[in-house]
Design a binder for this molecule. Structure first.
Ligand code: ARG
Length: 706
C-alpha cells in the first residue's frame, strides 16, 4: 500500500512539472530536476549535452554580452549575435552624424572593417561549484567568501570569480567567468528595422521588430583574453550554435539559455507594495523627462543620436512599470500573494519547530520595509534633480581628479585625465535640452517634495532665473568652455563652479533622508542598518520556509544574473475574452504598420522593395511569407535579452527579446495562460543580414541546418 502511494505521488510530481513551463532553472540541477519534463516536452538533447562539468557543452556557446544582456556564438570564429537593443549603446557610441550606424545600419563586409568597441566585454561561464556547505558552516561568512574567491582566483588567474547567493542566502555557488574585452562590431540593421515599432510596440504583441546585432570576439594568439590589438585573432569558442532554417510550428519544443537579471518571486506583499509605490514615483518623473528629451530628439537627428541610448533605457523601465501596475491589478497579484502568505502561515502554525524557524519571517520583512521611511523621498530625488546632467560632469571630474592625486599623478596631469575621461559624455550632451530639463525638474521636485526635503538653493528663488544664471555661468556646459577655463585657472574653476552648490544642496537633502555618500551612486544609510538587516534575515527565513513547505516539488531560485535555462513550447495566447493572438508575425505586418510620418514606424525603401518582389530566398515559410517574430511560453526576464531560442536539437531558431503586455507582473508571478516570450525568428535575422544588408558572406562561417 505504502509503495503504491509513493509511486502515485512520484507520478503526480512528474506530471505536474511536465505541464508547468515556469522556471528559470539552474544548469547544474537540470539533470536531477528537469530532464524528465524536458524530454516529455520533446527535447532530444541530454542534460550532459546542455551542461557538462567535464566536457564542452551548449552552455559554452552562451555569453554575457556587455553588462546586462545575453549573446551566443554562432560560428567557430568568434561570431556573436545578440539583440539590437543590447548592442544599442555600443552602436550609438560608435556612430557620428556622418556615420550614423544606429540610424542607417552597418555591415563590416570584411574582418578589417569590424569596428573595435572599447569598453564592451563578452563573458563566458567557466564553472559553477556548490559551496553552500562551506558558506553556511562558516562563522564569518564574509571571510569564508573571501577565502573561496581567493583560492579560485589563484587557480584561475585569467578569470573573474565570485561567490553568489541563491534563494536569499540559503544556497551558494562559486562561479568562475572568463572575460574577453576585444569585441568588435560586425553589423546591425538600421534602427527602423532593429527597433521597428519603437516605444509604442515595446513590451507588446503583435510585434514586428528585427531586434538583432552582430559582434565578433577576438583573442590573443593562445585564444585567451587579450586587450585590443590589430594582431588579435577571432576567438575559437568551445562550442557554437547550429543555426536552423527549419522554422517553428505551434507546440514545438523551445528552450532558452541566458542571464535573467532579477525577479521577485520570493518577495512578500510588503515588499511588492513598496516596489509599486517607488515605481509610481519613477513613472511620473520619467514622463516629464522623456517628454522633454523626445521633443528635441524628434526634430533634430543629431540630438536623437546623442540621446538615443539614454532615452531608450529610461523609456523601457517607464513602460514596463506601467504594464506591471496594470497586470498587478488585472491579475490580482497582491491578493494572490496575500493568500499565499496566509496559507504559508497556516502551515507554519501547525508545528512548533516551524514556528521557531519561520514564525516571525514575514513580520520581520514588513518591519524592515516600514523602517525605511524615506524610500519614496529618495526615489523622488533619484528620478528628478539627481539626473540633471550638468552636475555629472562636475562630480565625475572631481572624483577622478582626487583619485589621480591619490595615485601619485601631479595635479595638471590628473586634471587633464579627469577631463579627458568625460569626452564621451560630452559627445552625448546637448546643453539646451539639459537646461530645459533642469528647470522642469527643479520646479517639479520643489512642488512634490515634503517641505523638510525641499532644496535650499532654490528655495524662494525664481527657478527659471536660477537655471539661466547657472547654465550661463557654469564652465561645464561644453568641453571647450571647460578646457579653456581650466587652461587659465586650473582646478579652481572646477571647485568653484556654481553647479556645485546645486549638488551640495541635493547631497544635504539625501543626508537629511538618512543617506551618506557621493552623487555618483553608492549612497548608503547613515548609522544603523536596521531595516535592511531585518529584510535580509526575514527573507532568508521566509525562503527557507517556502522551500520546506514545497518539499518534493522542483523549485528554482529568483533570477540573479546567473546562467539559467527555461524550457517550454511555441504557443499562441488569448489576451482577452474572444481574442486569439497567432504565435507568429510576418513581413506583411510590418507593411501594415508602416507610417512614413511616424519615426517609430518608418520602413526602409529597400525592405519595401524586397517585400514587393517577395524576394525572401531560403528564409521564406512554406506559404511564401517571411516570418518576423514568434511566441513561446518560456520564462524569461530582463537580462535574457539576446538569449538563444533553441529547438529540440539545441539549434538556434530565434533570439528572445521581450515580454508581453498582459503578463507584465511576470517578475513576481508566472501566469501560464498569459505569459509569453517574444522572439525574433532567426530566418528574419539571416534575411535582414543577407538580403537587406548584403552581408551574406557571414553565412559561410555559420553552421546552417535546413
Ligand atoms: N522591452 C525590452 C526588454 O526589456 C527592450 C526593448 C527595447 N526596445 C525599445 N523599444 N525600448 O528587454
Amino acid at each position: 500500500m505504502k509503495r503504491i502511494i509513493c509511486s502515485i505521488a512520484a507520478a503526480m510530481l512528474i506530471a505536474a512539472s511536465a505541464m508547468a513551463d515556469e522556471g528559470m532553472w539552474l544548469l547544474p540541477l537540470i539533470q536531477k530536476l528537469n530532464a524528465g519534463a524536458m524530454k516529455d516536452l520533446g527535447c532530444r538533447l541530454t542534460p550532459e549535452q546542455i551542461y557538462s562539468v567535464n566536457h564542452s557543452s551548449l552552455k559554452d556557446a552562451i555569453v554575457i554580452f556587455g553588462g546586462g544582456c545575453t549573446g551566443e556564438m554562432i560560428s567557430d570564429q568568434g561570431l556573436l549575435v545578440t539583440n539590437h537593443h543590447c548592442g544599442y549603446g555600443t552602436i550609438q557610441a560608435l556612430s557620428t552624424d556622418e556615420h550614423n550606424y544606429l540610424e542607417d545600419g552597418y555591415w563590416a563586409m570584411s574582418r578589417e572593417k569590424e569596428i573595435p568597441a572599447p569598453g564592451l566585454s563578452v563573458t563566458y561561464l567557466v564553472s559553477m561549484t556548490d559551496v553552500t556547505d562551506a558558506m553556511t558552516k562558516a562563522g564569518d561568512q564574509n571571510a569564508a567568501r573571501q577565502a573561496l574567491q581567493k583560492a579560485a582566483q589563484d587557480s584561475n588567474p585569467n578569470c573573474r570569480v565570485q561567490v553568489t547567493s541563491f534563494y536569499n542566502e540559503n544556497y551558494w555557488y562559486l562561479i568562475v567567468y572568463k572575460v574577453y574585452t576585444d569585441v568588435r562590431f560586425v553589423g546591425a540593421p538600421p534602427a527602423s528595422v532593429g527597433k521597428f515599432g519603437g516605444e509604442t510596440d515595446n513590451w507588446m504583441w503583435p510585434r514586428h521588430t528585427g531586434d538583432f546585432s552582430m559582434f565578433r570576439v577576438y583573442a590573443g594568439a593562445d585564444n585567451e583574453p587579450a586587450a585590443y590589438s590589430p594582431s588579435n585573432k577571432p576567438y575559437v569558442p568551445a562550442q557554437s550554435l547550429k543555426v536552423s532554417l527549419k522554422g517553428v510550428q505551434q507546440g514545438d519544443y523551445s528552450m532558452i539559455m541566458g542571464y535573467p537579471g532579477s525577479t521577485q518571486r520570493f518577495q512578500t506583499e510588503a515588499q511588492l507594495q513598496s516596489m509599486l509605490d517607488r515605481q509610481a514615483v519613477s513613472i511620473d518623473a520619467r514622463t516629464l523627462r522623456q517628454d522633454i528629451m523626445w521633443k528635441w530628439m524628434e526634430t533634430d537627428p543629431s540630438v536623437r543620436l546623442k540621446y538615443a541610448s539614454k532615452y531608450a533605457g529610461s523609456a523601457n523601465g517607464w513602460k514596463k512599470w506601467q504594464g506591471e501596475r496594470l497586470a498587478f491589478k488585472n491579475l490580482g497579484i497582491i491578493e494572490k500573494e496575500r493568500q499565499k502568505e496566509a496559507d504559508f502561515m497556516k502551515w507554519v502554525g501547525k508545528n512548533k519547530k516551524r514556528q521557531a524557524k519561520y514564525g516571525d519571517a514575514l513580520e520581520k520583512i514588513k518591519n524592515g520595509v516600514e523602517a525605511n521611511t524615506t524610500a519614496l523621498d529618495m526615489q523622488l530625488v533619484g528620478e528628478t534633480v539627481s539626473t540633471i546632467e550638468l552636475m555629472g560632469f562636475s562630480s565625475a571630474i572631481q572624483n577622478a581628479f582626487a583619485r589621480g592625486l591619490r595615485d601619485g599623478q601631479d595635479s595638471t596631469a590628473a586634471l587633464e585625465a579627469a577631463i579627458a575621461a568625460q569626452t564621451k559624455r560630452y559627445q552625448d550632451y546637448y546643453e539646451p535640452l539639459d537646461r530645459e530639463e533642469a528647470a522642469a525638474l527643479l520646479k517639479y521636485y520643489q512642488a512634490k517634495a515634503k517641505p523638510e526635503y525641499a532644496l535650499s538653493v532654490v528655495e524662494n528663488v525664481d527657478i527659471d532665473a536660477y537655471v539661466k544664471d547657472l547654465y550661463d555661468n557654469s564652465v561645464f556646459t561644453s568641453s571647450e568652455k571647460l578646457k579653456a577655463a581650466v587652461a587659465e585657472n586650473g582646478f579652481k574653476v572646477v571647485r568653484d563652479d556654481p553647479v556645485n552648490q546645486l549638488m551640495n544642496s541635493i547631497l544635504l537633502t539625501y543626508t537629511k533622508m538618512g543617506l551618506v555618500g557621493g552623487m555618483g551612486g553608492g549612497r548608503r544609510p547613515a548609522g544603523g542598518n536596521a531595516g535592511s538587516d531585518d529584510i535580509r534575515e526575514g527573507s532568508k527565513a521566509f525562503t527557507a520556509g517556502l522551500l520546506e513547505w514545497q518539499k518534493g516539488k522542483a523549485t528554482y531560485p529568483d533570477a540573479n544574473f546567473t546562467m539559467r535555462l527555461t524550457y517550454g513550447s511555441v504557443l499562441p495566447y488569448s489576451p482577452k475574452d474572444a481574442l486569439m493572438y497567432n504565435y507568429y508575425t510576418t513581413l506583411k505586418g510590418v507593411m501594415e504598420k508602416e507610417d512614413p510620418d511616424n519615426y517609430e514606424f518608418k520602413v526602409p525603401a529597400k525592405l519595401k522593395a524586397l517585400y514587393e518582389a517577395k524576394d525572401y530566398g531560403q528564409y521564406a515559410m512554406a506559404d511564401g511569407n517571411l516570418p518576423v517574430n514568434f511566441l513561446t511560453n518560456n520564462d524569461i526576464t530582463g537580462g535574457n535579452s539576446g538569449s538563444p531560442v533553441l529547438n529540440a536539437d539545441g539549434e538556434l531558431i530565434g533570439l528572445a527579446f521581450d515580454g508581453n503586455w498582459e503578463s507584465m507582473s511576470s517578475d513576481v508571478m508566472f501566469e501560464p495562460d498569459l505569459q509569453r516570450c517574444i522572439c525574433v525568428d532567426i530566418r528574419y535575422v539571416l534575411f535582414l543580414m543577407d538580403k537587406l544588408g548584403g552581408a551574406g558572406y557571414l553565412l559561410k562561417e555559420m553552421n546552417i541546418v535546413k
